[in-house]
Design a protein around this ligand. Sequence first.
Ligand SMILES: [Zn+2]
Length: 448
Amino acid sequence: MDYRKQLDEALAIAKDTKSFEFGNDVLGLAPELFRKNFGEKAALVVADNNTWKAAGEAVTKHIQDAGIECRTYIFPEEEFHAEFEFVDRVDKILDSYDAIPVAVGSGVINDLCKLAAFHHEKPYMVVATAASVDGYASSGAVVTKDGAKINIETHAPKVILADNKVLAAAPKEMTAAGYGDLAAKVTSGAEWMIADMFGTEPIITMAWSLVNDSLNDILAENEKIAAGDPDAVGDLFVGLTLTGLAMQIAHTSRPASCSEHLFSHYLDMTEYRYHGKFQSHGFQCAMGTVIMSACFDEFLKMDLSKIDVDACVAAWPTLEQEQQRALEIFKDFPVPQLGYTEITKKYNDAETVRQQLTKVKENWTELKERIQNQVYTYDKMVALMKSVGAPVGPESIGLTRAQVRRMVDFVQLMRWRINLFDLCKRAQIYDALLDRVFGKGGVLEISE
Ligand SMILES: [Zn+2]
């Protein structure tokens, strides 16, 4: 697929990222890209043992052969996460060595360098080694501090370089995670349509196009992606990068994330482990996307042109009631105030709810059709995830259906953005919808 024109338009207006080169055998472009963007600065290549072998060594050689002053730092740890102590290590090197970080790696190395570069008010470059997350081109760095994952707003890389063969050689699980993270854009897009109709977050056309114009085509390459075809895995990486650029252009993660990502955030915040291991962002999002696909299936079977707006408005709780409900749900959560804070931000008074529901009721046919064209059925989403080795439901990452059903109550409340569940709450169909999904006869029927 040819993305160059759309990418160049996006790069011209993206907040941080100015160069993105990808394709087969492109690691040799590293020195040229480096000089073009950073002038005569020195380079600090940061890698771990795996990414050093995958691309770090080759990139370092290219940079040094071109006469660019370059040092390297290779993390010796076999397995590590984006912890602050590792950021400190890169920070300390940059304290005494005035260089531009070149992060060689997937999510973790990128996040560490992103933060260290930010601490030193420097731009940086990333050489991708796996199509595993959409965070390559985003400005958020996810790091762990005192056991809790936190998302820090920084700057996205100025330069991204990705070699298809390097990406295709990454562990299959990482590619599957990236596929899950890209598939998340299917359901988050549908939720953006709802927020758009409510007028709380109107769709930003360019950001929307960047994510959605190629989304279905790339997801349809599932068989080739699963087989490790370099061009298909390269396309997956481009798709993920496009969503990163969309976030930079929209100045919000709305183009790439909604409820399905909140399942992942919930699991991060509760430090969820399966077989003793944290589950990757992409795997958690894949699970969330499958759940949201099931919810949309049932949502689309409902007829919101028949809702009794007066009755819904009469039943609409006060802000104080909503705050109490949030405090009750979150009382044993690691961040007990989260639901309270977010519902306070997104609460609408009864009159606004009346307007929102009237709009949905009057435009139901159109809204339903738009959402139907955007989402995949649960069956299709499960089949796609399965084909690439991504999670197909709660059990894939060691959760029960009952646990995930309870998580939905948190997901509805844990971010200020309007989501599918907010619409269902307003229309008084929240419980009915979840019963259809998790109750008797539902695709995720809870049997225990
Ligand atoms: Zn993501």
